[in-house]
Design a protein around this ligand. Structure first.
Ligand code: ZN
Ligand code: ZN
Length: 114
């Protein structure tokens, strides 16, 4: 068994467990919150990890504008890309996914209740 321990020297941004982050998340390839491959991203803050004597601070990134909206958008375009019915605009599933995206987008911009 190899020992390569990461010691967390500073707490991460709220809701993030630095010890649970993958290398891809630390390098900013994937969302630090949900692990989705990032296209648009927003800064979340930084975590500092130590490996032996070396301290490294990693900036963390997350889905933009947020994970729920990003997932809804990906679901919609992922479906439409392989769907014949969507090309003619008569696809119930495609419409439902787009509606879900619109709802998530609106919710994000309204900031919830209030
Ligand atoms: Zn995310
Ligand atoms: Zn479709």
């Amino acid at each position: 068994m190899k020992r390569s321990e990461l010691v967390i020297t500073a707490p991460g941004p709220a809701g993030i467990d630095p010890a649970a982050l993958t290398r891809e998340q630390l390098l900013g390839w994937r969302c630090a919150l949900c692990g989705t491959l990032l296209t648009g991203d927003r800064p979340l803050g930084t975590v500092t990890l130590s490996q032996g004597p070396t301290l490294t601070t990693y900036p963390l990134w997350a889905c933009d504008p947020n994970c729920a909206t990003e997932h809804a958008w990906r679901a919609a375009i992922g479906h439409a890309a392989g769907c014949e019915a969507c090309r003619t605009g008569e696809c119930v599933t495609g419409q439902r996914l787009l509606d879900a995206y619109s709802a998530a987008f609106r919710q994000e911009h309204e900031g919830g209740a209030g």
